[in-house]
Design a protein around this ligand. Structure first.
Ligand code: SF4
Ligand code: SF4
Length: 376
C-alpha cells in the first residue's frame, strides 16, 4: 500500500494507489439548514440518468431524514459499527480508516447490502428522535424543543481516495484527471460488485439487468460546459453549490468552495474518519445535538455551527451564501461589490450578480377602492 496524505483526518494514511490529485477537484457544498426534503433533486436525477431497465431501485441522489432515515437501510450505522466511534485528538483522527482496517485478503473493510435494504428509500422520513417516549413524558412542556431531525441530501462524493476504485479487481472504476469525477467503465465492469461492498456511502449500484455497476457521473457532460449538475440546478431550497476545491495550502479567498471549506471552515465532510476524503461538504444543521453531528462530520462541528449562527453579521459570508442556487453555471470566483455579490467563470467573465439583501417593496394597501391582499 502507498502512504498518502488525507487533510480531512490531518494525517497520512495507507491507500492502494499512490497519491495523484486531479488537475482540479469536483466538489460541492450542501447547506443542510435550507433543505426542505422536496426531493426535486432526486427526481431531476432519476428522470435524467436512471429511468432504464435494472435501474428502477437506483437513486444516485437521495434525501434522507436523520437520524432514522437511510438509503439503503442503515448504511451509516454499518460504517460506524465496522470502525467503532471516531476517535479524534486535536483535529487528528486516531483510529483506523476503512483501508487500514481491511480484513486479510480484502482491500477495504466493507459490507454488501441485501436487495431488500433498498426497498424503502423513504424509511424514517420526518421521524423525530424518540418522539413517542417524549410524548408520554409530556413533550409539549419541553423547552427548548427536544425533538429533532434534519434532511441529508446525498450524491456520490467523488472521493479523493475512492473505496469503489480501490476495491475493483478489473480496474473498471477511474477518477478523471481533468476534474476528479469518479466513473465506472461500463465496458470493463464484469459485475463483481466489489465496489458496492466497498463504498461506505453506498453510492454505487448494481444493475442486475445489465450485469454491471452504475453510479453518479457528476453530470460530467454539464460540467464540461461549465454548468452545475441537474440536482443542483433544480434544487428548490437553493441549498447547493458546485465548484472545484483546492488543497488546503492552495486555498484561494475568491474561490467559493475554498472560502467556505478551508478558510472559514463552515462546510464539513461526511464521515471523514472513514478515510476517503469525500468531496461533498455540509453546513451542519444548527438544531441537532452536537454529539451526533460530531460523529457525522468530525471535530469541526462546534466551529462551523458558531460561524453559521453569526453569518448574518458577516458581510462576506452572507454575500457568498446568497449566491447558492442563483445560476446554473459553475462559479469559480466571487467578489462582493458594495451591496451586491458577483460570480465569475474560469476565465473571469461575470456570470451572475445578485443583491446581498433582497430588496423589499411595500405597496399601498389600497388601489383605489380595492384592497390588496399582498402588499410586499
Ligand atoms: S431539491 Fe434541494 S431542497 Fe429539495 S430535497 Fe433536494 S437538496 Fe433539499
Ligand atoms: S462515494 Fe462511494 S461511489 Fe462515490 S467515489 Fe466515493 S467510494 Fe466511490
Amino acid at each position: 500500500m502507498a502512504r498518502v496524505n488525507n487533510w480531512q483526518i490531518d494525517r497520512d494514511m495507507s491507500y492502494w494507489y499512490a497519491e495523484k490529485r486531479p488537475k482540479k477537484q469536483f466538489a460541492a457544498i450542501f447547506d443542510i439548514n435550507k433543505c426542505i426534503a422536496c426531493q426535486t433533486c432526486t427526481i431531476a436525477c432519476k428522470t435524467t440518468w436512471t429511468s432504464g431497465r435494472g435501474q428502477e431501485y437506483m437513486l444516485w441522489n437521495n434525501v434522507e431524514s436523520k437520524p432514522f432515515g437511510f438509503y439503503p437501510i442503515a448504511w451509516d450505522v454499518h460504517a460506524l459499527e465496522l470502525l467503532g466511534a471516531g476517535d479524534w485528538k486535536d483535529g487528528v483522527y486516531q483510529g483506523r480508516t476503512l483501508f487500514e482496517a481491511a480484513r486479510e485478503g480484502e482491500r477495504v473493510l466493507g459490507w454488501r447490502p441485501a436487495a431488500d435494504d433498498y426497498a424503502n428509500p423513504n424509511l424514517g422520513e420526518d421521524d423525530a428522535l424518540d418522539a413517542e417516549a417524549l410524548i408520554d413524558k409530556g413533550l409539549e412542556l419541553l423547552v427548548p424543543q427536544a425533538v429533532w431531525f434534519f434532511y441529508l441530501a446525498r450524491i456520490c462524493n467523488h472521493c479523493t481516495y475512492p473505496a469503489c476504485l480501490a476495491a475493483c479487481p478489473r480496474g473498471a472504476i477511474y477518477k478523471r484527471p481533468e476534474d476528479g469525477i469518479v466513473l465506472a467503465d461500463q465496458k470493463k465492469c464484469r459485475g463483481y460488485r466489489e465496489c458496492v461492498k466497498a463504498c461506505p456511502y453506498k453510492k454505487v449500484f448494481f444493475n442486475a439487468d445489465a450485469g454491471v455497476s452504475q453510479k453518479c457521473i457528476g453530470c460530467y457532460p454539464l460540467i464540461e460546459q461549465n454548468e452545475q449538475p441537474r440536482c443542483f440546478q433544480n434544487c428548490i431550497g437553493k441549498i447547493r453549490n458546485q465548484g472545484f476545491l483546492s488543497r488546503p495550502e492552495d486555498a484561494r479567498e475568491d474561490n467559493p468552495l475554498d472560502y467556505l471549506v478551508h478558510i472559514r471552515k463552515l462546510a464539513l465532510p461526511l464521515l471523514p474518519q472513514l478515510g476517503l476524503e469525500p468531496n461533498v461538504y455540509y453546513v451542519p444543521p444548527i438544531h441537532a445535538p452536537k454529539t451526533f453531528l460530531h460523529q457525522m462530520f468530525g471535530p469541526g462541528v462546534e466551529h462551523a455551527l458558531a460561524t453559521y449562527k453569526a453569518a448574518a453579521e458577516d458581510p462576506v459570508l452572507v454575500a457568498l451564501l446568497s449566491l447558492f442556487g442563483c445560476t446554473p453555471k459553475t462559479i469559480h470566483r466571487f467578489k462582493v461589490i458594495g451591496d451586491q455579490v458577483a460570480g465569475y467563470d474560469e476565465k473571469g467573465g461575470e456570470i451572475v450578480r445578485v443583491p446581498v439583501k433582497e430588496p423589499v417593496w411595500v405597496r399601498a394597501p389600497m388601489k383605489g377602492d380595492v384592497p390588496r391582499l399582498n402588499v410586499t
